[in-house]
Design a protein around this ligand. Structure first.
Ligand code: C5P
Length: 225
């Protein structure tokens, strides 16, 4: 069935996740955190000591994941095979594993199926890297949310500190730069704005400024009453 989909793509730390959650709540749509899907597979691979450079076993593992994303305005939970794993996904090791497994076309194909499965009535808001270009090319509204890498590092730093982790800002900046290059230069589904995406630079915008812009776009695209 064809349900309305809103895609929010962009690099790590641009504010996609928060924006996606708020818009999903406002529209009453389902929510897809596609980065979490890559992170979950990264976590599962690290737990099972599966080689991150070997697409065969990784894609087999990908097809057996059972996932759901119960969420409120403030928080998204991530449930893997009945276990809440949200608290284990937001660290540098898992982020790095996710971006390494994400370069394999076989793995991306297996995870594409899981992502498309989330497009259920009444609609879906998803955030990621290739949702507007590859996973949901017919999405009703496509946003590409960008921000300069220093600002993204600051935001990630505060997010991780608030969640009780001890991290150095310099390590976060380095991680974002490495993942940016890997995501933008991989041969399959590289990070790029879809031709029909609205590009928003959030470097000098507050989350509520960005939300207002996207709210107007939702209205203009007939997504709200
Ligand atoms: O968005 P997040 O930082 O959680 O994503 C983790 C990693 O998963 C990214 O660096 C990227 O390599 C990969 N990813 C992807 N395609 C998506 C979402 C995430 O390749 N749609």
């Amino acid at each position: 069935m064809n349900v309305p989909v809103v895609t929010i793509d962009g690099p790590g730390g641009a504010g996609k996740g928060t924006l996606a959650r708020l818009i999903a709540k406002e529209l009453g749509f389902n929510l897809l955190d596609s980065g979490a899907i890559y992170r979950i597979l990264g976590l599962a691979a690290l737990r099972g000591a599966v080689d991150l450079d070997d697409p065969g076993p990784l894609s087999t593992m990908a097809t057996s994941l059972s996932l759901s994303f119960p969420f409120t305005e403030k928080h998204t939970d991530i449930v893997l095979n009945g276990e809440s794993v949200a608290g284990q996904l937001r660290n540098q090791d898992v982020a790095d594993a996710a971006s390494r497994i994400a370069i394999h076309p076989l793995v991306r194909d297996a995870l594409m199926f899981l992502q498309r499965q989330q497009a259920c009535v009444p609609g879906l808001v998803g955030d990621g890297r290739d949702l507007g270009t590859i996973v949901f090319p017919d999405a009703k509204l496509k946003i590409f949310l960008d921000a300069n890498v220093g600002i993204r590092a600051d935001r990630r730093y505060h997010e991780l500190i608030e969640s009780g982790q001890t991290v150095a800002r310099s390590a976060i900046l380095r991680d974002l730069e490495i993942r940016d290059v890997r995501d933008r230069t991989r041969s399959v589904a590289p990070l790029v704005a879809a031709e029909d995406a609205f590009v928003i630079d959030s470097s000098d915008k507050s989350p509520s400024d960005v939300l207002s812009v996207v709210r107007e776009l939702c209205q203009a695209h007939g997504l709200t009453n």
